[in-house]
Design a protein around this ligand. Structure first.
Ligand SMILES: Nc1ncnc2c1ncn2[C@@H]1O[C@H](COP(=O)(O)OP(=O)(O)O)[C@@H](O)[C@H]1O
Ligand SMILES: [Mg+2]
Length: 231
């Protein structure tokens, strides 16, 4: 589903050039749950943004469902993104003075769904994250965990096949983080492919696969297998 080869990305300003990603190789199959860890500044968000076609790259190859992403026009990129990809961010990114309902509905308007279809999708997504009763609240009237569930509902309403989550539990206390993690795991069991940046070793362990990035270089994290204890 995702195939990346020899991918490089640098950020250039007048004064400095930062090589954010170096020769990245990554294959993600349909249905995987991949945790991405690494120190701050190592390139995690840059990689996620490139995967989500929000950011361009300098060289290398990115195939999404067999289709080359490099060289697509902005218009083709946003069509691809809207159809296939859902985003969840650490800071929720909800619109403060829009109701929960309107927040979830907005991206569906951009996609040109009919009002009946939008209504059905929003209601289904709200049910899915257990917030149907909060539809007319403003984001500020919800807890952090609930706001993140709204952001997940907003992503889900577009029926994405891939969810990209950048530290989705980074602003949550441990109970709410666990609830969000459980929701993501459920979505993954239902077939959604997930790539999640996390700082939490426990979450990385629970994901089906763990890759790490250090100084822009990506590698599979070694699986920790405790030594067998004599019976
Ligand atoms: N828009 C940008 N302009 C210049 N440098 C950037 C930009 N975005 C990220 N960087 C740099 O690229 C490197 C990787 O950043 P990032 O992907 O945000 O790391 P992480 O998410 O792992 O903390 C960092 O050195 C960061 O300062
Ligand atoms: Mg980041």
């Amino acid at each position: 589903m995702i195939s990346i080869k020899n991918l490089n990305k640098a950020f250039r300003t007048e004064l400095i050039e930062t090589q954010a990603l170096r020769d990245i190789h990554l294959n993600v199959s349909e249905g995987e749950f991949v945790a991405l860890t690494g120190p701050s500044g190592s390139g995690k968000s840059t990689l996620l943004n490139i995967l989500g076609t929000l950011e361009s790259f300098d060289s290398g190859e990115y195939l999404l469902d067999g289709q080359a992403v490099q060289g697509l026009t902005d218009r083709a990129l946003s069509a691809l993104r809207n159809e296939k990809i859902g985003f969840i961010f650490q800071s929720f990114n909800l619109i403060k003075d829009f109701s929960i309902y309107d927040n979830i509905e907005l991206p569906l308007r951009y996609r040109g769904f009919s009002s009946a279809e939008r209504k059905q999708r929003v209601e289904q997504a709200l049910e899915r994250v257990g917030l149907a009763g909060r539809r007319s609240y403003l984001p500020g009237q919800l807890s952090g965990g609930q706001q993140q569930r709204v952001a997940i509902a907003r992503a889900l309403a577009g029926s994405p096949r891939i969810l990209l989550a950048d530290e989705p539990t980074g602003n949550l206390d441990s109970l709410m983080a666990r609830q969000v993690m459980e929701l993501l795991e459920q979505l993954n069991r239902e077939g959604c492919t997930i790539l999640m940046v996390t700082h939490d070793p426990e979450q990385a362990r629970r994901a089906g696969r763990h890759v790490q990035i250090v100084d822009g270089m990506l590698s599979e994290a070694t699986v920790y297998q405790p030594l067998a204890v004599n019976q």
